[in-house]
Design a protein around this ligand. Structure first.
Ligand code: NAI
Ligand code: MG
Length: 334
């Protein structure tokens, strides 16, 4: 029977770019059945909830979801939907690949970096959040566990192996954050010994920031804790032309959610000018996760050629195409 994928179109430009990705998947011969689900503002308006139970059930049943950006309402006591989904499904690995596309105005030409961010612990564990009534003293707890570190570091090495990559760099601040970052680094050193086919490197986070900007071609796979990974993965997106060019996946033992990493872009919503590259790259990640490498490679090649030729890309890429025209140009090259 056909593989079922949960599709969350999301808010703002979400429905436009998700439609683009699905048209491309269909034309690449991916024989999926799609189950549509609501989340975000569109879900709140329709059901009174940001993530309806039905959406959680569909993600759980199908195990694989493709998600457009969601608008989190601000200042109303809502927690981030993305954070809630990561917690609910224990999506412990945030996988953020970046690569340069010829024909874009990115600063570098030969970047191919895969950042694996621990997605559930560290400063984002949500534990020990305290602020006094006078708002003069605040505390938050950072939690790192051996088990949480081990599974994400092992994930990074396994993915490096699968993709034929050469090196894994652990980013840390163990010289200052001796207990938390120290434990993560300790576990990374232990696991490194199991992977003699891959070069293991460690780097202090601040030095890594400088090196990423000066010598990005020296990096291959990066693995790090939650907060550092949040920052570094966006820095890496900047190296290849911004969030519009970078996808992300949130992967756990029982579910995986593939997404665009930019937001819902309310300023350009409904205008048919959003760049669908991020969600198309996310759908390529999804195909790789499903072992459909031929289809993934076909779509990537068509996307590369379309971006290189340039004229039918969206305005943010220097072209003069709409979302639909960009999508059609990719489909014609499949
Ligand atoms: P944003 O990423 O939506 O927009 C920032 C700027 O980039 C805007 O000028 C926008 O037009 C442009 N942009 C973003 N994606 C684009 C695309 N695909 N093509 C062309 N231009 C694009 O970030 P912002 O404005 O801070 O957030 C808007 C909303 O999105 C907020 O409600 C925020 O909570 C939500 N958000 C959701 C995320 C998610 O669901 N993964 C991630 C980040 C923000
Ligand atoms: Mg972030």
């Amino acid at each position: 029977s056909k593989t079922r994928i949960t599709i969350i179109p999301g808010d703002g430009i979400g429905p436009d770019i998700v439609k683009s990705a699905i048209q491309i998947l269909d034309h690449a011969g991916c024989d999926f059945t799609y189950d549509y689900a609501l989340a975000g503002m569109s879900a709140l308006d329709a059901t009174g909830e940001l993530i309806p139970q039905q959406t959680l059930d569909l993600i759980e049943a199908n195990k694989v979801a493709l998600k457009g950006p969601l608008t989190t309402p601000v200042g109303k006591g809502f927690t981030s939907i993305n954070v809630s989904l990561r917690k609910h499904f224990e999506l412990y690995a945030n996988v953020r690949p970046v690569r340069t596309f010829a024909g874009t105005k990115a600063r570098y030409c030969d970047i191919d970096i895969l950042t694996i961010r621990e997605n559930t612990e560290g400063m984002y564990s949500g534990e020990g959040q305290i602020i006094n009534d006078e708002r003069t003293h605040a505390e938050a707890k950072s939690v790192i566990t051996r088990q949480g570190s081990e599974r994400v570091i092992r994930f990074a090495y396994e993915m490096a192996r699968r993709e034929g990559r050469k090196k894994v760099t652990t980013l840390h601040k163990a010289n200052i954050l001796k207990t938390t970052s120290g434990l993560f680094l300790e576990v990374a050193r232990e696991i490194a010994k199991e992977y003699n086919d891959i070069i293991s490197e460690e780097m202090i986070i601040d030095a890594a920031c400088m090196n990423l900007v000066m010598y990005p071609e020296r990096f291959d796979v990066i693995v790090t804790t939650n907060l550092f990974g949040d920052i570094i993965s966006d820095l890496c997106a900047g190296l290849v032309g911004g969030l519009g060019m970078a996808p992300g996946a949130n992967i756990g033992e029982h579910a995986a959610i593939f997404e665009a990493v930019h937001g819902s872009a309310p300023d350009i919503a409904g205008k048919n000018i959003a760049n669908p590259t991020s969600i198309i790259l996310a759908s390529i990640q999804m195909l790789q996760y499903l072992g459909m490498n031929d289809q993934a490679n076909h779509i990537l090649a068509a996307l590369k050629t379309t971006i290189l030729e340039g004229d039918r890309t969206t305005r943010d890429l220097g072209g003069n195409g709409s979302t639909d025209e960009f999508t059609q140009a990719i489909i014609e090259r499949l």
